[in-house]
Design a protein around this ligand. Sequence first.
Ligand SMILES: Nc1ncnc2c1ncn2[C@@H]1O[C@H](COP(=O)(O)OP(=O)(O)OP(=O)(O)O)[C@@H](O)[C@H]1O
Ligand SMILES: [Mg+2]
Length: 235
Amino acid sequence: MIIAFVQTKGGTGKSTLAQNIAFSKKIRAAFGSISIVEMDPQKTLYKWWQRRVENQKPSTDVGFAHISSTDRSVILKELEALETENELLVLDVPGESIGKFHTQFACAVADLVLIPMRTSTNDEEAFEDNLLPIINRIMALDPESRDYFYIVPSFTHPLVNRQHVIEYFQHILPDTIHCLDATFSFGSVFENFSRGGSNLFEYADSVRTNQKLYEQAIKAINEIETIAEAIIQLR
Ligand SMILES: Nc1ncnc2c1ncn2[C@@H]1O[C@H](COP(=O)(O)OP(=O)(O)OP(=O)(O)O)[C@@H](O)[C@H]1O
Ligand SMILES: [Mg+2]
């Protein structure tokens, strides 16, 4: 199975969600072997993974691959090879690329497309102008893909009523775009956890003696697991 985090708008949480969903306990229990696949030439996750290796972070059933090619057939081949070794591929797709190539590619090959999106007028307009036309084209070519596209409300206020945010998106989105039954709220943990190549669990362990930071980390873990559960429900 291929899950892709896609959003033409930059900085909405694609890479952060890809990192954390791949390592979530529920996803790891549901899928035997997993690989994060970064398609972003910025190499954000590649550098993070290098730090994991340098700092000898414990190896798990989660692997990593960076695909730098922009040749469709080369990428397809690399993905096929990764698919034979992994039950789940989690694609981190760049926000911008020439002709929105990566976004189009990922929307076409993924079994589930997760679209982190903020409740901001700018983001909603950008979605309508840039991403929705791509999705509509894919749905026209492949009617079955109508079930594949889900918004993940991101950077939501931690105290906001989750259900209200989900209902808001369902209200403003066309019927063909669904909303995940979970939100990804704003939290400083998500800005800090990956230092030194850590994942969220390793970060939580490292702040165990600081009650405030530890509680925040556990909250962040619980939130990721809720998102993971919502994803697994769609399988
Ligand atoms: N839930 C969150 N709360 C607070 N900060 C976050 C959260 N998720 C991500 N961030 C921070 O916001 C920034 C953008 O996140 P991220 O890199 O995941 O977005 P992106 O969609 O992958 O961006 P790009 O389009 O550039 O690839 C990063 O600095 C990240 O640490
Ligand atoms: Mg990114």
